[in-house]
Design a protein around this ligand. Sequence first.
Ligand code: G
Ligand code: MN
Length: 255
Amino acid sequence: MTNAIQNQAIEIVFQPIVKGPDEKIVAFEALSRWLHPVTGTIGPEEMFDIADEIGLGPALGNYVLEQACRSAKPIFDAAPDIELSINIRPSHASGQNFVESCLQAISVNGLKSQRLVLEFTENDMAQNYGQIGENLSALSAAGIRIAIDDFGKGYSSYARLTQFPFSLLKLDSSLITHIETDSRVSAMVSALVSMTRKLGAELIVEGVETGAQYSKLKSAGVTRFQGFLFAMPMTADDLLTWLKPRSPASRDRVF
Ligand code: G
Ligand code: MN
């Protein structure tokens, strides 16, 4: 794992998040993966599980945080209002140095704290909240925002939602897979949009793959979307090209 970090075998790609009604790119999520020389590509969940097992979770987390902020610098230069979202694991967020590492990663790259979003899965938040809560309060006070990731996938706790400061709620794709055929899904999404708004946050739906899903989600009041329909994860250079003004006809959208 240390070798992987040193040999730059950890790749970070970025997936755009768009906002309706004109699908403007408002944010991008950093997604990491391990290009393992023997077993091939290892996704972030398994990669961080391995790192946690050998006590390298915080080191890997810091590496991803620093690299994502560094790669994002030219993107922020081109689009200053865009937001960068980074997935964070509890082993990293509970560390004594976590707040300082975040503030440093943004300051050395000249990023604004208001442009950084830290994503935590609801399962992760359900365990282990003590030290993380204090760190998140300090980061929120500094202007950094928190997103709850994969909401609706596990044992979604509504009580948990009131216990920490989040600005974005990311609805897992598992709920919306049947939105085209099951009207109850639209009803639930519409209620979640309203609930999230009343809590002072915004709902993002992730994993949007079809034009039909998109259209149902828009009707249910969803404003932010992420998924293959809009854009695949891509390198920072490709994202920069993507951000250049595009005429409607030249947009490589699927529908
Ligand atoms: O767990 P988290 O939500 O942070 O990770 C997002 C993951 O979902 C990434 O691995 C990304 O490649 C994947 N992803 C993004 N958009 C889509 C999509 O439209 N469909 C599917 N199946 N996966 C997606
Ligand atoms: Mn995420």
